[in-house]
Each structure stands twice: as C-alpha cells, then as structure tokens.
Design a binder for this molecule. Structure first.
Ligand code: 5GP
Ligand code: MN
Length: 354
C-alpha cells in the first residue's frame, strides 16, 4: 500500500485543474533527462486517456526547451514533443493559448530557458510537480517534495491519490513513469530506499512494462564514439584530489568534437569516479559553444557526492545553479580554465575532508 504523502487539498486542486482544462502545455527542464521526459510523457498519455482526447485534437502538448538525447527517443510518442529551440513558433503559440501549464521536474521558470518568460506571460493556472529544493512561487498549485526520488514518483503518487492508478495503468503511462524512477535513482542504486518505490514498480510491472527492455533501451544503446569519449574522460582527463576525496573531469569543445559529441553523450560520466572506494565527490566540467550574442563559452558543471556531503550549496553559491544534496549542477560563463580555477579556489570551503 502506497502512503498518501501529498496533502489532500493539493490533490483536490491538482485534480480539478487536470480534469477541467481544455488546452494543456506540459513543460520540463533544459537538457531533459529520463525523469523530465518520463514525467512529461506520463502526464501527456494519462491526460489523453483519462480525458478521451485524440492525439491531433489540440488539447495537450509537451514542450521541452532543447533537444533530448537519443537514448530517450524510443519513449512512446516522444516524436510528438515540441522542442522550443527548433520549433519556437509552434511552441510559443501553444504556451500563449494554453489554459493550464503543467510544470514538471524544475523549480523555477528560469530552468526552462526562454520558454520560462513566456510561461509567466500567460496568466493561466499552473501546476508544479517537482522534487528540487526551494521552488519559486510561480505556480497556482505546487506539489514539491525534495525527498522524493524523482518527479515520476510524485506523478505516480498524485495519480494514485486521485484514485486513477490501481491495476489499470495504461502501458505508455507506466513505461514513462518507470523510466524516470529508474534514471533518477541510477537504476535504484541511490535515493531509492523508500519501499513505496518498489510497490510502484510492482504495479507498473503488472501494467505490462518490460523493465529489462527499458533498461536496455536507456543504458545499452550507446555509440562507439560515446563509449570511447567516456573512456578518454576517465583515463586522460580525470584529476584526483585525495585529501578531499574529490575527482574532477574536464572536457573542452575540441575534445568533445573529436568524439562527434551529441547531446547526452556524457550522461553518467560524472557518477563513475564515485566507483572508487575513497572518492566521495565528483565534478565534471563540460565546455559548451557560446550562447547566441555572447563571445564567451559556457561551462556546464555537474556535481555528485555520496552520503551526507551536500554539493547543491556549492553549485548554487559558486556557480549559480542548484539541485539535490548528492546531485547538482551549475553554469559558468567563461573558459574551461577559468571555471576550473573557480572550482579549485572554492572546493576547500564547501567539501568535507573526512
Ligand atoms: P546534471 O548534473 O545531471 O545536469 O544535474 C544534476 C541535478 O542538478 C539535476 O537535478 C538538475 O536539475 C540540477 N541542475 C543541473 N544544472 C543546474 C543549473 O544550472 N541550475 C540549477 N538550479 N539546477 C541544476
Ligand atoms: Mn528529476
């Protein structure tokens, strides 16, 4: 039996929004990951089935800020997703005309890029479902549980408390939810000690998901370039700071291009140094092309840690980012070298020695 962790007033308000709106846009964060994509497509499929909407009926769209990685493109109906960066006109029209915005897996409009400004311009009700710390106060109904493993867990909980999922979960909803539960917990290797998660999985399996096939589709379909890039990052580019149990990997644009980098190719790399017995912190810095209109490159930083060693405060205070205690990220405008300098100057203040 799954516990009712969402306040019942919030469930009632969310249900009201989801069952009465006629034109819904589902949003998720920049560089969408398995949880972002899974939760968005789960809500999309659930709405279509619960409301008897046809795919082309113009009732619901998923908008992502930029392209999603190819290892998620097998997700049911991912080809119907609107990518704001490349389909901005169509996406803008949907956002402006919507009578409900459902915001999944992000805690502030800034996290969805330029679409965030437009989201705020439309005064329609907004339903936020998320597991990041400190959501900003922009939604009509905010379901925020930082202790949850994933946004997919929270979507499951909401549907459960609405009485909508028992043993009758549509297969495409179940597949989407499992994908986020699996990816946001590293295939249930961290942040996954809540027994409810396994009750959810059991019910998703009864709904017909093939969990082994989902694992295979996400984790075993890499290109040779990707596998070699990861190898290069670990063998040639990883530095260790033993005193602080810290590993640092940097990859420049030139190095990424050498391996024909595609979105998502370095996913998971930052977790790998934690496989070493005395490494508890890992930081990965990836140089990106300058944003349009600025000459400076942008460096994307990913932070990971184990146990009671928060990295989100470091990511927030030094790199303007955020995230969870053991998985956070941020950005730096400038060169890779400058970003690394900033990291090196600051880690003693934020990381524990023992
Ligand atoms: P990743 O390292 O996988 O990109 O992100 C890890 C976690 O940190 C995710 O939960 C993500 O939401 C958060 N995160 C990553 N980059 C940023 C950022 O630039 N700003 C904020 N606020 N959170 C981020
Ligand atoms: Mn998530």
């Amino acid at each position: 039996m799954i516990s009712n962790s969402i306040d019942s007033c919030l469930v009632t308000s969310a249900a009201e929004l989801l069952t009465t709106s006629q034109r819904v846009v589902v949003f998720t964060h920049m560089a969408p990951d398995g949880d972002a994509m899974g939760s968005s497509l789960a809500v999309y499929h659930w709405l279509m089935q619960a409301r008897n909407w046809e795919p082309e009926s113009g009732h619901v769209a998923v908008v992502v800020p930029n392209a999603f990685p190819s290892f998620l493109s097998w997700l049911p109906d991912s080809d119907r997703i609107l990518v704001y960066e490349s389909q901005s006109e169509k996406a803008r029209q949907w956002i402006a005309e919507a009578d409900l915005h459902v915001c999944l897996d992000f805690n502030e409009p800034k996290r969805i890029g330029p679409a965030g400004e437009q989201l705020l311009q439309n005064p329609c009700p907004k339903l936020l479902i998320d597991h990041h710390l400190n959501p900003s106060d922009f939604a009509t109904v905010t379901i925020s549980q930082p202790q949850a493993s994933s946004t997919c867990e929270l979507v499951y909980r909401l549907l459960w408390q609405m009485g909508c999922v028992r043993d009758n979960i549509p297969l495409n909803v179940a597949t989407s939810l499992y994908t986020g539960l699996m990816t946001d917990t590293g295939n249930f290797s961290y942040n996954s000690n809540n027994p409810d998660i396994y009750e959810m999985i059991a019910s998703l399996m009864r709904a017909g998901i093939d969990k082994d096939a989902i694992y295979d589709a996400v984790f075993n379909q890499y290109t040779e370039d990707r596998v070699r890039l990861v190898g290069y990052g670990l063998y040639r580019k990883m530095q260790l700071v033993p005193e602080y149990h810290l590993a640092i990997i940097t990859l420049s644009i030139e190095e990424l291009q050498r391996f024909h980098y595609q979105q998502g190719d370095t996913e998971g790399l930052v977790n790998m140094p934690l496989q070493m017995s005395d490494i508890y912190y890992s930081v990965f810095l990836r140089e990106q092309e300058p944003k349009p209109g600025t000459p400076k490159p942008v460096v994307k930083l990913s932070f990971r840690s184990q146990g009671d060693r928060p990295v989100n405060i470091f990511a927030h205070e030094v790199f303007g980012g955020g995230g969870h205690m053991n998985a956070a990220g941020g950005e730096f405008v400038g060169t890779l070298y400058q970003a690394l300098q900033r990291l090196m100057n600051n880690y003693p203040k934020y990381l524990k020695k023992d």
